[in-house]
Design a protein around this ligand. Structure first.
Ligand code: GLU
Length: 414
């Protein structure tokens, strides 16, 4: 990775903390993760060989409650990346008012190159290794890039086998049949859609016919696309790791998703023209949704971006240099720690439902999610206007303030 995500997270923190009434020593405390676990563990492969994998689980802060955050399986996972993602989870949870601190986990692996059995062995062993930190009261993992319902089910089962009884609340993003929540699989994309509609309102742009470009057509990008399409927007281009497709008349997001599900990629879709990732980012449109990896929009390609609104479905898709270029151009950036917070919000609903063994209907979940996203959006915009700072810095300010207040009230032990 060209840019170090942890350095970026710390630079963002330093920029925001200047607007928070905070003693320097408390700022120094919030600037670093609370605890970091590195695990090297053996996994039995299909050919009977044993391979050693490296994984991480980082807890950034626990002032507001147990730590929450996903687990990433990707070849580029590193301790610094997990630290950054854990820190962003702290501010994200605080921004949307969840009683959680931030965490993240990851395993350096290419899940596409592993068989299902190998993935299961890896997941169960990694879950066992991090179970010294994991519990419904202490740290509750969830899916992130490269993991999903299946992996969460294995983690729930592994933890439960060790306890001797089922503990659904130890992990979220599980299948419905074992204590998952309605609405969870679409929740991140739904939050992206809701915050985008709010941003359009602020810009006085009607959603009808609005041109939307989506980078990354996975668990976040695909629901974000079809949900905003249902509100009247036009999805003109979409890409994944293999390439992109473009149709100025508008794609049918659900049909494209069905195609991508069977083909494993959006490329080759006949009702659109092929398009490179670089050209996709430079398309003229009202809304650009980067829903893939970190550092996709940099000082190099930011000058070519022609969107009016950027909705950060991914974590950290813009570098700080890109941020500045785009802010100067007047682009409205919905920051990741707000824009993609729908996922962890419904994860919180899932955890609450599991703890109570009482499950809610989908309409109730979606409505509660909508209220939280709209309220948080408005709070961030208020801070942004009051302090005359960009929305990302405002979101960080709000998150840091809430965590710092919890630290202040709790005091430093002993
Ligand atoms: N991995 C997701 C995120 O980055 C979801 C975390 C969760 O649900 O705990 O926000």
């Amino acid at each position: 990775m060209a840019e170090n995500a942890y350095e970026i997270a710390q630079r963002q923190f330093e920029k925001a903390v200047r607007y928070v009434d905070l003693k320097a020593d408390i700022a120094a405390y919030l600037r670093v993760p609370k605890r970091e676990l590195i695990v090297n563990f053996p996994v039995e492969m299909d050919d009977d060989s044993v391979r050693v994998f490296t994984g991480y689980r980082v807890h950034h802060n626990t002032a507001l409650g147990p730590t929450k955050g996903g687990i990433r399986y990707h070849p580029d996972v590193s301790l610094d990346e997990v630290r950054a993602l854990a820190m962003w989870m702290t501010w994200k949870c605080a921004v949307v008012g969840l009683p959680y601190g931030g965490a993240k986990g990851g395993v350096i692996c290419d899940p596409k190159a592993l068989s299902v059995r190998e993935l299961e062995n890896l997941t169960r062993r990694y879950a066992t290794e991090i179970s010294v930190l994991m519990s419904p009261q202490g740290d509750i993992p969830a899916p992130d890039m490269g993991t999903g319902e299946r992996e969460m089910a294995w983690i729930m089962d592994t933890y439960s086998m060790h306890r001797g009884y089922s503990v659904p609340a130890v992990v979220t993003g599980k299948p419905l049949a074992i204590g998952g929540s309605l609405g969870r699989s679409e929740a991140t994309g739904r939050g992206v859609m809701i915050t985008t509609l709010e941003a359009l309102k602020r810009k006085n742009i009607a959603v009808e016919g609005v041109r939307v470009v989506v980078q990354g057509f996975g668990k976040v990008g695909a629901p974000a696309a079809y949900l905003i399409e249902e509100r009247g927007a036009k999805i003109i281009a979409v890409s994944d790791a293999q390439g992109g497709v473009y149709n100025p008349q508008g794609l049918n997001a659900r049909e494209l998703l069905a195609y991508a599900t069977t083909q494993g990629t959006v490329t080759g879709y006949t009702k659109a023209e092929p398009l490179s990732n670089a050209d996709l980012l430079a398309l003229e449109c009202e809304v650009l949704m980067p829903c893939a990896l970190e550092n996709q929009i940099t000082a190099t390609n930011a000058p070519r971006v022609r969107a009016k609104i950027i909705a950060e479905g991914a974590n950290g898709p813009l570098t700080p240099e890109a941020d500045e270029i785009l802010i100067d151009k007047g682009v409205f950036i919905i920051p990741d720690i707000l824009c993609n917070a729908g996922g962890v919000t419904v994860s919180y609903f899932e955890w609450v439902q599991d703890l109570q063994s009482f499950f809610w209907g989908e309409d109730e979940i979606n409505e509660r999610l909508r209220q939280i996203m709209v309220r948080s959006f408005n709070q961030i915009l208020r801070v942004s206007h009051e302090k005359k700072i960009d929305p990302r810095t405002a979101a960080q300010v709000l998150g840091i303030q809430r965590v710092a207040e919890a630290v202040r009230i709790r005091g430093i032990y002993p």
